[in-house]
Design a protein around this ligand. Sequence first.
Ligand SMILES: [Zn+2]
Ligand SMILES: [Zn+2]
Length: 312
Amino acid sequence: MPQRILQPGEIEALDRTSLPRVRLPQPSSLFADRAARLVQLADGHPIGDYLRFLAGLARAQHKAAATVLTAPIDADTVRRANAHGMPLVQAASQIDPAWQGVLDGLLDAVQADAGLPAALLPVLERLRTLTPEARDQLARRVLAGLLNEPDDLAAAPIVVAALQVVFADQASHLNEAEVPYAEPATVCPVCGTPPVVSVLRIGGREAGLRYLHCGTCCTEWHMVRVKCSHCESTQNVRYQSVQDGGDVVVAETCGTCHTYRKLVNQEKDPLAEPLADDLASLMLDLLMGETDFARATMNPWLPMSEVAAPSP
Ligand SMILES: [Zn+2]
Ligand SMILES: [Zn+2]
């Protein structure tokens, strides 16, 4: 295995007793917390109806997470990934079949939701009638970010929600020592997905540490703040925020790879939740759209916002 020189932040990160390197998901609270935050942020928000719809979806995820049964990641896979410094699985090629039943449950819950946007009815109908094989193919396209068809874009948030339930369940049964030091450090060490957003955590051993948040298995992994979370450059990392928008969410920009990724700061608001606050800070994306920094990765729940956003 190639050796490389550790940087000061990484040497610090090797001290496992003082610093949790990964935060494995806790499905029993993850989706309920997200739902509560979405409801809170929806109040008076320009895309409030959509945020409330997603809150309903997160509540359905919470319910599904309590009963889902996935196959554990086996010891051989753990050993191999650790030996090679690779993520444990590659999400798109290792989807647990339990996701199909979770999707059915989410479709039922969403259909029963009084606040369901009418534009979503045909989306639900399509997902119901697809064969299991076609659903698997769709899930792989979603995970690979190959969303060129409007039908796929519209279905993506619900598909991602079902996938999050199964991948988070698998990840939650791991322990920290089983999670590899994967290279590159800019993808999730559990499922190989690039992060959606990063979060500055508060409380306990995590206080003041920055974690990258996986939008697929919901694992978070530590990365020192001086590094770009996209290209690992330490040269040109800066922050931008919306004037008067508060500093709960800022855009971390990198002058080396010319991308930005948002940082959600719990020191500014202890209830801040990575995926929810990323979605609700669309203004910041609009602002960044006028700069030459491109968004590093999309929020999996963002594709449908055009469908649900009120007309101007
Ligand atoms: Zn992951
Ligand atoms: Zn960069």
